[in-house]
Design a protein. Structure first.
Ligand SMILES: NC(=O)c1ccc[n+]([C@@H]2O[C@H](COP(=O)([O-])OP(=O)(O)OC[C@H]3O[C@@H](n4cnc5c(N)ncnc54)[C@H](OP(=O)(O)O)[C@@H]3O)[C@@H](O)[C@H]2O)c1
Length: 276
């Protein structure tokens, strides 16, 4: 495919805007944005100055079908958007490759558009976006998980290379598990660190100091994880089979809300399974 492809993006939030910045930097033409009638979307449209701006709520649409269409709305509305798109220019979808960026969903959700001749795939950046990223230099080196039909997968690999990223292909039926793994290393890790932080606060240490105390410990753990196997990186009473200390921990944790003991015990059980 040539470089000056025309792009339409449905949903100009964190990922939609990120893609718009990256694709523009690559040299593609952001031709159409489609969104709800919200302040944020109208602001995004004004910023991008695209040729076409369409509201999902409009009874009739007027935009050309693009070479690439990205659906970057929240996951729970993708299916509705696809149903609506599948009623539009029904005989012209053969040239379009449609992607969504949801971590847990496969391209199966895009089937109504595949039936009209579009190529379909999912392309998920393994990164947490609190805000849109504005240039390839801010995102290079990350992994993108890709899945879909052959044309979509080949194009996704090409796109990932252009953003200086790395791609990994997985089977559609593994997407939920893949995404659950990502959540364990991102959101759940933060939740775990929050429990640890609150335990130190319970010891009478200020939140600020507790965070300062934990950071070198966390950094050392990540460094060990990066350079060793999980079994070699595991330290502490579970690695040493020091059950007397573990028992003291359990007694102390019983005085806190139930979650603390549950999380500690479950992770302890897994530590015993992986210890050297
Ligand atoms: N954020 C991340 O870290 C991240 C990472 C990887 C993948 N993803 C995936 O990327 C996709 C987008 O996530 P996001 O974080 O960018 O979401 P977001 O920031 O909440 O943006 C979603 C956008 O979709 C629009 N929208 C909501 N409902 C709509 C509808 N019915 N019709 C049209 N537009 C609608 C919203 O517009 P309004 O202004 O009207 O609300 C908003 O612009 C999701 O599939 C998500 O799983 C996210």
């Amino acid at each position: 495919m040539s470089k000056s492809l025309c792009v339409a993006i449905v949903g100009l939030g964190r990922v939609g805007n990120t893609l718009a910045f990256l694709l523009k930097e690559i040299g593609y033409h952001i031709e159409t944005v489609i969104g709800r009638n919200s302040q944020q979307t109208i602001k995004a449209f004004e910023a991008w100055q695209t040729d076409y701006f369409t509201l999902t709520s409009e009874p009739s649409w007027n935009f050309p079908l693009p070479d690439l269409l990205f659906i970057t709305t929240p996951d729970n509305v993708i299916s509705n958007i696809v149903s609506r798109l599948a009623t539009y220019k029904t005989d012209l979808w053969q040239k379009t490759i449609v992607f969504h960026c949801a971590g847990a969903l496969s391209s199966q959700i895009l089937l109504p558009l595949a039936k009209l001749g579009a190529s379909v795939g999912s392309i998920h950046p393994l990164k947490s976006f609190a805000l849109p990223i504005k240039s390839i230099t801010e995102i290079e080196g990350i992994y993108w998980c890709i899945e879909g039909d052959e044309r979509a997968k080949t194009f996704a690999e090409h796109l990932v290379k252009l953003t200086k990223g790395k791609s990994v292909a997985i089977e559609p039926n593994k997407k939920a598990l893949y995404h659950a793994a990502a959540v364990m290393s991102c959101g759940h890790l933060v939740a775990l660190l929050d429990l640890s932080l609150k335990m130190l606060i319970e010891c009478g240490i200020s939140q600020e100091q507790a965070k300062e105390m934990l950071l070198p410990l966390i950094e050392g753990t990540i460094k060990n994880f990066a350079t060793k196997t999980p079994s070699q990186a595991l330290t502490g009473p579970f690695a040493r089979e020091d059950y007397q200390t573990v028992n003291q921990h359990l007694q102390a944790l019983k005085k806190l809300p139930e979650d603390y003991l549950t999380v500690y015990s479950l992770l302890g059980r897994h530590s015993l399974a992986i210890k050297p």
